[in-house]
Design a binder for this molecule. Sequence first.
Ligand code: NAD
Length: 385
Amino acid sequence: MPCETVRCAVVGLVQGLEDVYTTLHHPRYTLVAVCDQNPQRWRWLTGEEDVDKVDESAALFPHHKEWVRESRKAAGFADVEYLPDFDDVLARDDIDAVILVLPDLLHAEYAIKALEAGKDVLSTKPMARTLDEAFAIADSARQHPNHFMLGFQVSYSGFATAVREVIATGEIGTPRQLRFDFDRGPWRPVHRKKYAEVDGSMIKEGVHWLDMIYRLSGELPWRAIAGFGGQETFPDDFEFEDSGVLIIDYPGFRAAHTFSYFRQPLTRSEDFLLIGDKGTIRGTFEQFAVETDAGTRTIVPTTSPLPAQYHNGYYEMADAFAAAVLDGIEPYTNWRTGLENMLTCHAAQVAVAGNTMVTRESLADLDWRVKFGQETSSAAQLIEA
Ligand SMILES: NC(=O)c1ccc[n+]([C@@H]2O[C@H](COP(=O)([O-])OP(=O)(O)OC[C@H]3O[C@@H](n4cnc5c(N)ncnc54)[C@H](O)[C@@H]3O)[C@@H](O)[C@H]2O)c1
């Protein structure tokens, strides 16, 4: 008889604490085990070590502590096992899926190991540190169809879903232009060690927004990316482009994306304007207006049913992973979407770091669509084609 819930393990227990909290409160999951090589993380969860007394130097923030407290209260928590060693997770027959929330340098190695062990994998962003690593994951994911999902929660959020639904009604006509401004902050000292692992702020931070833009473009292959970047917030001790602007040219569609990372956000962190040939959508993740000749209506996107959810779209992302594991529905964020995102981030990084323009043609040797001869990243569209 097929399982009714995803029997899973969460691996890596800092950001992964949100996955612990989510899976413990989601009807389609049974959290069998958690894994972290550092036993302190398990002591936080059991309460053996008071998480409220842990200070910022441990890279733990108020939302992490909230997830710990709420996880401990969940009905299923008493049955969760602690496994310090990932190989022990892979050896367990009663664990079907792993949710990997590990440092970036382990993303490729651990995802491939888990796929080879027959597990379903939900891996946090970025897909990998480099395109080479991402291609290695893709090679393995292609041998294990529908077993690999990437954790770009923003594209599953109530906001992104509601915008896509409006587009699908035809109300704003064909989308032609997008302007999306995102200001993220504040800076936290712990980022210094984490950012040393990857090549640039586009792969570390820009992934979510570039994926959301890609999805709203209708998953079109971009043709060119122009960028201007600056290192302005912490110029003395931190060499990351933390402010800038990108212009992405898709066939028939253009996106302008300004970003500032590590600044205190302004009154709101995002500002969104999508212009179609019959109307516009404008607003924020919390609320947006649809403006057409017929008038203006306001949409308030749905949010997670879990009160301590911190990241927009996390619960809905868990829905999608459960649908992949239990119902065989390939998620939007599959290995193809992942490679498209890596290519986009790579080009964006080159553009903002060099104040230049990068064409897709110039990156043909890194282009998964060329390598695998595919026109789309969506399984449904591939079947239709
Ligand atoms: N989806 C999102 O919005 C989002 C948000 C924050 C972080 N992230 C991603 O999550 C990942 C982890 O970020 P973090 O802030 O939790 O990092 P972190 O370094 O604070 O925590 C990683 C955890 O993994 C554990 N770990 C390291 N090696 C291990 C191993 N071999 N086996 C088992 N456990 C191991 C560490 O002990 C640590 O507890 C990063 O890739 C980051 O990009 C995603």
